[in-house]
Design a protein around this ligand. Structure first.
Ligand code: 0WD
Ligand code: CA
Length: 378
């Protein structure tokens, strides 16, 4: 037979010495040993207030207050009268992270002084973008667009909303809009503003407010600097970040074996990927019924999740997620060679397809702002 046709390749289209033009997302190609992933180190944090103003401090960090096993929280409470929603039409790109980098530049540079590039890292991005990469080999519904620019030796990666995502966002049902509020309301039932405080369950939910950790780590030979939003921390001040952080989630209550299987196969994949990346060790999940009443609260330890799912037939594997992400970042490095903040390589992926890219010089895709470029160059 023709063995060549059966040979699986991760990336292709190459005619030496030019670069590959695409990257496969087929799971089998990434089933090898787990890549090096260094323990993430928190190098800083920042806060966004109720008007989305940036502060180079932890003023928005909240403290976890244990809710009890079956607390009967109503997640619908306050949706109509005590809810201020962030304007999702405003695309902030990497701006808050870039602001943090500018204000903490000397700290970063002295930490990474042995390196050739200005910041001493290969990639700067949001944690959420990396989560999408980790789950790509298993994603069958939503594609993504990631813009990449190289500047000062570092590649910045910023998401571009797909057409499909924009259509979805603009056509949400009233029920869906309300359910999006439920996750934030759950946070309010469980978080206090002060170490010795109690949750203010009658207060306003404002989704402009955020506390973000900035971590540095390495995946294979890729040095990463990324930021992610953190819901709250353990009250014990002796636990260092990011080990003290706690991710909060809500999910529909599980009543049937089928629902349990779907939860393991799809939801736990996303939860694992998101928290594993910054080294957040646990998730507190509120399971709610159709009417938005929390009927059970459960803790998931990130380090146990891969054991939990091992009984599912044909389930996701952490090693596939991490190896795909590592190979994608290698692919980006091989493609994005020119150091130019106005040049964008747009990486594009649709389910059941390969990752592809296109090149855009000085277009609407350029995302590194002049205030950042000018300040870094001076
Ligand atoms: O411009 C963009 N395309 C994005 C900007 C996409 C995603 C996030 N952001 C920004 C925002 O400034 C936000 O403050 O990143 C911050 C959060 O970043 P992340 O931690 O990297 O994002 P992700 O892990 O996807 O989400 C963490 C939490 C979510 O919690 P749940 O439990 O639902 O995963 O951040 C919130 C949400 O509460 N969140 C967002 N907040 C603001 N803008 C966004 C968003 N686009 N997406 C999720
Ligand atoms: Ca959350």
């Amino acid at each position: 037979g023709d063995c060549y046709a059966h040979k699986r390749v991760r990336s292709g289209g190459e005619t030496f010495p030019s670069v590959p033009r695409f990257l496969s997302t087929q799971r089998q190609l990434y089933e090898r040993s787990f890549p090096v992933y260094k323990q993430p180190v928190e190098v800083g944090f920042f806060s966004l207030d109720s008007e989305r103003n940036f502060f180079n401090d932890s003023r928005q960090l909240r403290y976890y207050v244990e809710p009890g096993k079956s607390p009967n929280f109503s997640l619908r409470d306050g949706y109509h009268d005590r809810f201020i929603k962030r304007d999702e039409g405003v695309k902030e790109g990497l701006d808050h992270m870039l602001r943090w980098i500018l204000e903490n530049r000397t700290k970063l540079q002295s930490k990474n002084s042995a390196s050739s590039c200005a910041l001493g890292v290969d990639f700067v991005t949001w944690r959420g973008h990396l989560t999408k990469l980790l789950t790509t080999p298993y994603e069958t519904q939503e594609g993504w667009l990631l813009a990449a620019s190289k500047f000062g030796g570092t590649i910045y990666i910023s998401e571009v909303e797909t057409e499909a995502a924009r259509v979805n966002r603009e056509s949400r049902t009233e029920r869906h809009k309300e359910m999006m509020y439920w996750g934030y309301k759950f946070e309010q039932y469980i978080c206090a503003d002060d170490m010795n405080g109690v949750p203010d369950q009658g207060g306003v939910v404002n989704t402009n407010e955020a506390f973000c950790t900035v971590v540095q780590t390495r995946l294979s030979d890729h040095k990463l600097l990324f930021s992610g939003e953190v819901d709250c921390r353990d009250k014990d001040p002796r636990i260092p970040a990011p080990a003290c952080y706690i991710e909060l989630k809500t999910s529909a209550e599980i009543c049937t074996p089928k629902q349990r299987s779907n939860f393991h196969r799809y939801k736990l994949l996303k939860w694992w990927a998101q928290s594993f990346l910054p080294g957040v060790p646990q998730i507190i999940a509120g399971f709610r019924d159709q009417d938005g009443i929390v009927v059970a609260v459960e803790t998931f330890h990130i380090s146990n999740i891969s054991q939990l799912i091992k009984n599912e037939y044909n389930c996701w594997k952490p090693t596939v997620c991490m190896n795909f992400c590592s190979d994608f970042l290698s692919f980006v490095k091989s493609v994005v060679k020119e150091d130019n903040p106005r040049l964008v390589h747009l990486f594009e992926w649709e389910p059941h397809r390969d990752v592809m890219f296109s090149v855009h010089r000085d277009t609407q895709y350029t995302f590194l702002p002049d205030w950042y470029v000018n300040s870094m160059e001076s």
